[in-house]
Design a protein around this ligand. Structure first.
Ligand code: IVH
Length: 667
């Protein structure tokens, strides 16, 4: 096959592949009804990527591979809308929305008007230009005439088609709203908060902050979505109703709100408003009202505009989600993982039908950034079923009597010290009632004390009924206690008691891990057990002792020191001992049969050096790197070198691997 011919075939094949991917994207993201598995999808995508790498000249801007990866820009260019993007007049009352209907009918001189009703998405208005079905430019509304060109950012939105599904007009301008789903907003905020980064006040701000990023890669990492609700200029395509516009947009691959309806009776519009208002909290996107639009475009044209708003549409808003109130106090709440969260106690205020008297301030950094003080007048927002939060402080209302708040140095629940991890302050108490369930779950887990049969439900009941107040209490439970629990029979109770009994005989590393010291995972626990033969010595270890251990950094060392300083820790350890928890001391177990003996290894043996070393040490011996008169054995493997010569010279005993294995047998 000649070069040109091959290329033509490839071009055709790539086009087919892209069409397939566009289609499956649409099934997956827009319809939420995938037809193929993720693996098959990835296979198609990878194949396209590979072909494009081989033939970069065949890459087109609408290729599904071109959603992400564009370089950051210094600033956005401007974009002139060919038809101005209007704003909507809005009303809050039934009377006012009925006035709108009357005005429309009077001006048109018709009795019967059909309306299309849509939810008013609380996001940001965008315009997307498609030429011959390919997405060319995307822009913000701006002042209505001129917006910003944010094409690269909009391309990263998975529900925004890069290419329209079916054959289409030479020009189509699609208008709609970019938003962030409420659930995704929560996740994003949690992860920003955990990193100590600035959080967003609400999903709309999060969407705004994400879509206007100068680096499209940041936008790509943000969970944005898009609903289409209208068109701008078109060529080769005309519509007679808004309903047809929405149906067409849906047909060619856009996400259109499933809540759109059309009504001939205005009563139904009112009912729709009330029904959607009720459903507001169930939706995964924020809406702040409904939009009522005259369906017939001919009527729309006859009605025209008034200043910058159409006379043929109106926003009928829901009650605001934001209210003013005062901060009566700031308290600290301890979460189940021990995180201390500052919470504003508010003068109770009604926000869209719900009384709000507390709002989260997230963490100390956020609180400082917003500069919230006790006595302040603040704006509080309740978005969806998200925990209400303080959005901002009205500083002009300050009298000077406001009090700044400081995070406590101790846990307000149990009095233990707190440890700051980035922006999060955490209680390290071992018997903190706020954390008891988590604590005991960890204590009983497989890699910790491995208490079989002590599941989540049993732990929850033990804690809720206050049958245990720390982990050691588990060992004092009687069969009679356990039988009081729901769905606990004789057999299960016996099983749990056996498991508890069995777990008492443990190892030092398990016990250290089970203590739940911050930053001490199973691996670190076993390192500590290797370096301290007894819990007592770990307890008395100094900061220097700890940081001298390889792999133990300052943060971990500090956490260990602070942990053992707690009164609660001492009580718990005493109680565990009284309960009969014990671990075998390593030297004793190994009979210290190599006590005082030094080994040097040279050459290759079949056992890993590290393993050999750890066996010798476990048996009480030492491993040195060079041969001296003090060396007891030189273990010579294959291709042994100068150490062997030195051993011969000094008269040190030389053994081979088999003899070494004999010595350590039973170890
Ligand atoms: S129609 C001429 N429909 O509300 C009509 N707008 O103040 C102009 N919005 O900037 C817009 N949902 O950001 C329309 N279903 C919807 C909408 C909607 C949200 C926003 C849009 C616009 C603002 C109007």
């Amino acid at each position: 096959m000649g070069g040109e011919g091959e290329k033509e075939t490839v071009t055709g094949y790539i086009a087919q592949l892209r069409a397939k991917i566009h289609y499956h994207n649409y099934r997956y993201y827009v319809l939420d009804e995938p037809e193929i598995s993720d693996v098959d999808y990835d296979r198609l995508f990878t194949e396209l990527e590979e072909l494009e790498r081989k033939y970069p000249e065949l890459i087109t801007p609408d290729s599904p591979t071109q959603r992400i990866g564009a370089k950051p820009v210094a600033e956005f260019g401007t974009y002139e809308h060919s038809i101005p993007m209007l704003s909507l007049n809005s009303v809050n009352t039934e009377v006012a929305v009925r006035d709108f209907d009357e005005r429309v009918r009077r001006m048109l001189g018709v009795e019967e008007i059909e309306y299309v009703v849509e939810p008013k998405i609380d996001g940001l208005a965008m315009e997307l230009v498609y030429e011959n079905g390919v997405f060319i430019v995307g822009s913000t509304r701006g002042d209505g005439k001129t917006g910003e060109n944010i094409t690269q950012n909009l391309k990263t939105i998975k529900t925004l088609p890069l290419r329209i599904l079916s054959e289409t007009a030479p020009l189509l301008e699609v208008r709609g709203e970019v938003f962030m789903p409420v659930s995704k907003f929560k996740e994003l905020n949690d992860s920003l908060g955990a990193k100590g980064d600035r959080m967003f006040a609400n999903p709309r701000n999060a969407a705004a902050g994400s879509v206007r990023q100068l680096d499209p890669r940041v936008t790509a990492s943000r969970p944005l979505d898009f609903f289409a609700y209208g068109i701008g200029r078109t060529e080769g395509k005309a519509f007679s109703t808004q309903w047809d516009v929405l149906a067409y947009l849906h047909k060619i691959g856009f996400k259109v709100s499933p809540l759109i309806r059309r009504f001939k009776e205005f009563e139904d519009v009112i009912k729709y408003h009330d029904a959607v208002k009720e459903k507001r909290d169930e939706l995964d996107y924020e809406i702040d009202g409904i939009v009522v639009k005259v369906n017939r475009i001919e009527y729309q044209e006859r009605l025209g505009l008034i200043s910058r708003s159409p006379r043929w549409a109106i926003a009928y808003k829901f009650p605001a989600r934001e209210e003013f109130t005062t901060v009566n106090d700031i308290v600290v709440q301890v979460g189940r993982t021990g995180a201390l969260t500052p919470v504003a106690i508010l003068a109770p205020v009604q926000i869209s039908g719900v009384t709000v008297s507390r709002a989260t301030l997230h963490n100390e950094d956020e609180l400082r950034r917003k500069d919230v003080r006790i006595g302040d007048t603040v704006v509080v927002e309740r978005a969806g079923d998200v925990i209400p939060e303080v959005v901002s402080v009205i500083k002009s209302k300050r009298t000077g009597a406001e009090k700044e708040f400081r995070m406590p140095g101790r846990c307000p629940i149990c009095g233990a010290d707190v440890l700051k991890e980035g922006p999060i302050v955490r209680c390290i108490g071992v018997s903190c009632s706020a954390q008891l369930k988590e604590w005991i779950t960890h204590f009983a887990s497989l890699r910790a004390m491995n208490i079989d049969g002590l599941g989540e439900k049993v732990i929850a009941q033990l804690c809720d009924r206050e049958m245990v107040s720390d982990a050691a209490d588990l060992f004092f439970l009687t069969k009679g206690d356990l039988l009081k629990l729901d769905r606990m029979g004789d057999k299960s109770a016996r099983k749990i008691l056996n498991a508890l009994e069995k777990s008492k005989h443990t190892t030092l590393s398990r016990l250290i891990y089970a203590l739940g010291i911050r930053h001490v995972g199973a691996h670190t626990a076993s390192l500590l057990a290797d370096n301290f033969s007894e819990l007592e010595s770990l307890r008395n270890a100094s900061y220097d002792d700890l940081v001298h251990i390889q792999e133990i950094g300052p943060e971990v060392a500090k956490s260990i020191i602070l942990f053992f300083k707690q009164g609660g820790t001492k009580d718990l350890l005493g109680k565990l001992e009284r309960a009969g928890v014990w671990y075998e001391k390593r030297e004793a177990a190994a009979e210290a049969k190599l006590e005082g003996q030094t080994f040097v290894f040279t050459g290759r043996i079949s056992m890993a050096r590290e393993e050999a070393k750890s066996i010798v040490e476990r048996l009480g011996g030492k491993v040195a790197l060079s041969v001296s008169k003090k060396t007891d054995y030189v273990v010579a493997g294959e291709e042994a070198g100068s150490k062997l010569e030195k051993a011969e010279k000094l008269g040190v005993k030389i053994i081979d691997e088999a003899e070494f294995r004999e010595i350590i047998r039973d170890g």
